[in-house]
Design a binder for this molecule. Structure first.
Ligand SMILES: [Zn+2]
Length: 238
């Protein structure tokens, strides 16, 4: 599936390795039919011209790009944040949200912690408008809430988005790179990751919008996806 509809709120997959550029993560747009200037872009992809053009075209097909009010950076890896500076120039009204630890990597264009060196490329540094420590919350339309939660592990500055539609009684988790990998160069911490995954299981989301596997539907499937990685990286296997 490439979209979710929860009453007036839409979630659309607008970029991915097949939709925008092979090196891109999955990129999502959250928008509400009844309220303008309330859309949220989740991550920006790796940043090639082809990728940015495709993402903006897909965004424009859903609602005007001028209605995007926030860009959420889930973590500072190049496949998620490489396009941030260019995307911000296309969406000057949008405020960029990132965890303080991710903001530091992005401001410095750090080649190691951003994994840019891994991909044999470089990260364009970019400004962050809203640095968060633990949580951030905003309403979406008349009946939705969008929360950002700090979930360290894959990187110290990893966060997830959690959207609740109070009228549809359903929730969507934007959990990018639940699967890792875990590398000392990224300052990964597998013990904190396990704690973060337990937090995600406690959310009991109805959908998971993942960073490289698209949209996973159903509470049971979301739970099994997360638990599968917890089993893979269990203490016995680590
Ligand atoms: Zn990553």
């Amino acid at each position: 599936m490439t979209s979710i509809q929860l009453e007036t709120i839409s979630i659309n997959l607008i970029g991915s390795s097949s939709l925008s550029a092979s090196e891109d993560c999955c990129i999502y747009l959250v928008s509400d039919r009844d309220s303008s200037n309330s859309s949220i872009l989740i991550d920006t992809g790796a940043g090639s011209d082809r990728s940015i053009n495709a993402i903006c075209r897909n965004m424009e097909a859903i609602n005007p790009v001028s209605e995007v009010c926030y860009i959420l950076v889930t973590h500072a890896h190049i496949d998620h944040v490489g396009g941030l500076r260019t995307m911000k120039s296309r969406l000057p009204q949008a405020k960029v949200i990132a965890h303080t630890y991710a903001a530091d990597v992005i401001r410095k264009g750090d080649p190691v912690r951003s994994a840019a060196k891994w991909y044999n490329t470089s990260l364009l540094s970019a400004e962050i408008d809203i640095e968060i420590g633990d949580t951030f919350k905003k309403p979406i339309g008349k009946s939705g809430t969008f929360q950002v939660l700090h979930t360290p592990g894959h990187t110290p500055g990893s966060v997830v988005g959690f959207l609740t539609s109070h009228s549809a009684y359903q929730s969507v988790l934007f959990g990018q790179d639940i699967h890792g990998p875990f590398m000392s160069e990224f300052n990964s911490d597998i013990d904190r990751w396990r704690q973060s995954m337990e937090t995600l299981l406690g959310l009991e989301a109805d959908y998971l919008c993942e960073g490289h596997f698209g949209i996973i539907e159903g509470k049971k499937n979301v739970r099994e996806f997360i638990k599968g990685y917890l089993r893979r990286y269990s203490y016995a296997n680590s």
